[in-house]
Design a protein around this ligand. Structure first.
Ligand SMILES: Nc1ncnc2c1ncn2[C@@H]1O[C@H](COP(=O)(O)OP(=O)(O)OP(=O)(O)O)[C@@H](O)[C@H]1O
Ligand SMILES: [Mg+2]
Length: 374
């Protein structure tokens, strides 16, 4: 059984830069963990520590029972696809893919031949086996790197943004290929991406990093519904969650979120968590999907649980449309998404949007921690 257990992992470079700060997580047997976070947050460094290309400053990495901190990369048996999809320029595609097998040894000539052919087919580069990398497009090179990593049986598979050079169609195909191979091999996998929709699509669980820290790990649904802080709430979900400054008010046994231009009744299930914060200014988060437009014009305004806004822009999307609205007190437009296209005649009108209050998030204005789920 392979279980990857990382405890209190820290990496401080010679220049004092702490790229990974006291990070703990595990990857279960057969699990596909996606690592996301903004540029420079420590994703690549984490993968390099796992594979052994960087030394650990403190903490431990275990593969099953074995602590691998001091074990050389080649003895860890980890397959890694680099961010810059490095392929060997002097080897043709066949040799590049076979390299993964030859470097480890123990595969017969015939087995190498058949594994390389299969992997090349899988990634649709079988007609290119005799070409050198400079005779390939960026996307083809990327698929060579994928085939090279996945051709062999490793204990752990690591991918560092392997699809960034592919167009949407190829990206989609390569994603499915990776998933199919992953399902066959059932080995722990860590996959880095910037793209939160890719993370949601691929990950059994998603780990969100920021500035070297692990902010939260959970299933896509957990992170979407129960983010522990504003950063995770903002990072997961597209378009991003809308944030409003509101004051928590008690009135007749009910709790309200009040802004200058709207008042929303807070559902009973959140009251306990918020009761210590009555009178405080907090951040309220509403996802664009949780705002709904009333059935038809003319619109009724001034109701509880609705936010009125001037409709500034309607952007068609593959699933309907995104609407950009503003009020006098909001600094920037907030976004609502709808399954239907709004008619252009609504532009410039003041529209009240119903808020699905059961889905609203609240954050401490200073610490940005969730008041509901931290
Ligand atoms: N060898 C090094 N020496 C010093 N600092 C480094 C070194 N390698 C990386 N860093 C720094 O560590 C931090 C994390 O880098 P890392 O490459 O892990 O980020 P990342 O999350 O992969 O970013 P990206 O999404 O841009 O690839 C960055 O601030 C980077 O500048
Ligand atoms: Mg990186």
């Amino acid at each position: 059984m392979t279980l990857i257990q990382v405890d209190n992992l820290t990496k401080q470079f010679e220049n004092e830069k702490i790229a990974v700060n006291d990070v703990s997580f595990q990857v279960n047997e057969g699990e596909f963990l996606v690592l996301v976070g903004p540029s420079g947050c420590g994703k690549t460094t984490t993968l390099r520590l796992l594979v052994g290309l960087e030394s650990v400053s403190s903490g431990s990495i275990r593969f099953g029972e074995r602590v691998v901190n001091e074990i050389r990369p080649r003895d860890r048996n980890v397959a890694l696809v680099f961010q810059d999809y490095a392929v060997f320029p002097h080897m043709n595609v066949f040799e590049n893919i076979a390299y993964g097998l030859r470097a480890r040894g123990g595969y017969s000539r015939d087995e190498i031949q058949s594994r390389v052919n299969n992997a090349a087919k899988m990634f649709r580069i079988d007609p290119l086996l005799k070409r050198k990398p400079r005779q390939l497009s960026g996307g083809e090179r990327q698929r060579v790197a994928l085939a090279r990593a996945m051709v062999r049986d490793a204990e752990l598979y690591l991918f560092d943004e392997p699809l960034s050079n592919l167009d949407a169609q190829l990206r989609h195909e390569a994603r499915e290929d990776i998933m199919r191979l992953h399902q066959e091999k059932q080995k722990p996998t860590v996959y880095v991406t910037h793209d939160q929709s890719e993370a949601m699509a691929l990950g059994d669980r998603i780990a969100v990093m920021r500035l070297g820290n692990m902010e939260q790990i959970g299933t896509g649904t957990e992170l979407y519904n129960h983010p522990v802080n504003m950063f995770v709430a903002f990072f997961i979900g597209a378009p991003s969650i809308n944030l409003f400054d509101v004051t928590l008010e008690a009135d007749n046994g009910d709790l309200y979120a009040r802004a200058e231009d709207f008042r929303a009744r807070i559902p009973d299930q959140f009251k306990d968590r918020l009761s210590d914060h009555v009178g405080q200014m907090v951040k309220m988060g509403i996802r664009p999907e949780d705002l709904h437009v009333p059935k038809k014009a003319p619109f009724e305004v001034n109701e509880d649980n609705t936010i009125e806004g001037v409709l500034n822009e309607i952007e068609p999307t593959s699933t309907g449309c995104a609407a950009y609205l503003s009020t006098e007190t909001t600094e920037k437009d907030y976004i609502a998404t709808f399954k239907l296209r709004l008619p252009a005649s609504y532009l410039g009108q003041t529209i009240p949007l119903g808020i699905n209050m059961d889905k609203v998030q609240f954050f401490d204005a200073r610490s940005e921690k969730s008041l509901l789920y931290a």
